[in-house]
Design a protein around this ligand. Structure first.
Ligand code: UT7
Length: 330
């Protein structure tokens, strides 16, 4: 039975930088508050109508080149996003068409911040069962157009940004690869972090009242999300480590979903990890939801932070609530 390993990574962020100071032109906020509460200095925003599948294209090209594979080698497109181009069809289908892939399967995953780890888990099953040799796992988001850039939306708007990250997951016959994935959800908290409209339960799906009340924007109960995140992250990391007979000391690099620097610091403290065991790039990109782990992974690799034989851990928590971890031997 082959292992499923990450054979190449890529990422892309749009060139337009939106600093904390820039945001303070639209809303009552300031650089000091945002940095102190979140660790974020700036994030990227799309321009000129670029959509989620557009952002994914350069990231896919980079990941495939680094993995040494062509479009014909890919067996399945897994596209994790909470901000798809359209309500239907999924962004995976759009990417297939835009990049002229063969008529392979294209599967969108809608579990928000946990999307990349869920995607890895699905890819792992297809690779280990011998069905596909190479699978694209994409995390891409255009969050900027879902933000209420007025003072009403400031607690949420300052956090999120746009970007795309990709991993090619390939069959391998050495001892490297994904050792385990653990996925969770708890839908009773769905309204703590959600985009209410458009909704299939409302006719018409969008109306002036919804727009006036801002119910089409991403809405978040930050305190409640924070409270659950600091419990679920360490829990699901320990679940993954325990399943493999490992401890936090064995981790060479934890690449957590980049939600808030204070959440990452609490995970680090809880698991007694050293600074060099935890990767962070939230200051540059904010929270890019499903894209944040693959962007961070790609940057960590480019900085030489991931070496052959290393134990790398991914963990995510977000809207749903959903949370997940993956334990990977490099
Ligand atoms: O992927 C998962 C996604 N989400 C998260 O991980 C988010 C988790 N939650 C958080 O990161 C934090 O809850 C926030 C950063 C969103 C907020 O931090 P907080 O420490 O929980 O602040 P708060 O909501 O309690 O607000 C404190 C104060 C309030 O003013 P008063 O009532 O004390 O006068 C807010 O109105 O800060 C005010 N405030 C702001 N001030 C300046 C809220 N947003 C802003 C802002 N700029 N952008």
């Amino acid at each position: 039975m082959p292992n499923a390993k990450i054979s190449g990574t890529g990422f892309f962020v749009p060139p337009k930088v939106m600093t904390n100071h820039d945001l303070s032109q639209f809303m009552d906020t300031n650089d000091e508050w945002i940095q102190e509460r979140t660790g974020i200095k700036e994030r990227r925003y799309v321009e000129n109508g670029a959509s989620t599948s557009d952002l994914a294209i350069p990231a896919v090209e980079m990941a495939m080149e680094r993995a040494g594979v062509t479009k014909e080698d890919i067996g399945l497109i897994i596209f994790a996003t909470s901000t798809p181009d359209y309500y239907a069809p999924g962004s995976g289908c759009l990417l297939q068409e835009k990049m002229d892939f063969p008529t392979i399967g294209a599967l969108d995953i809608r579990v928000q911040c946990s999307g990349f780890v869920y995607g890895l888990s699905v890819a792992q099953q297809y690779i280990e069962n011998g069905i596909h040799k190479h699978i694209l796992v994409i995390g891409a988001e255009v969050q900027s157009t879902a933000m209420d850039l007025s003072t009403r939306g400031r607690d949420t708007a300052v956090i999120f940004g746009d970007g795309a990250g990709v991993a090619v997951v390939s069959a391998s016959h050495d001892d490297s690869g994904i050792l385990s994935t653990h996925l969770h959800s708890e839908g009773k908290h769905c309204r703590e972090l959600w985009v209410e409209a458009p909704s299939s339960g409302v006719t018409p799906r969008l109306n002036q009242e919804i727009l006036d009340e801002g119910r089409h924007f991403l809405q978040m109960n930050g305190k409640e999300v924070f409270r659950h995140a600091v419990t679920r992250f360490p829990q699901v990391i320990m679940e993954g480590l325990d399943a493999n007979g490992l401890t936090p000391e064995d981790i060479d690099l934890l690449v957590p979903h980049q939600a808030n620097i204070r959440i990452a610091q609490m995970i680090q403290k809880r698991l007694k990890l050293r600074d060099d065991q935890v990767f962070s790039n939230i200051h540059k990109y904010g929270n890019t939801t499903a894209a944040s782990i693959p962007i961070a992974l790609c940057e960590a690799m480019d900085e030489g932070r991931v070496k052959k034989g290393d134990l790398v851990v991914f963990a995510a928590f977000g809207s749903g609530f959903t949370w997940a971890s993956a334990i990977v031997k490099w």
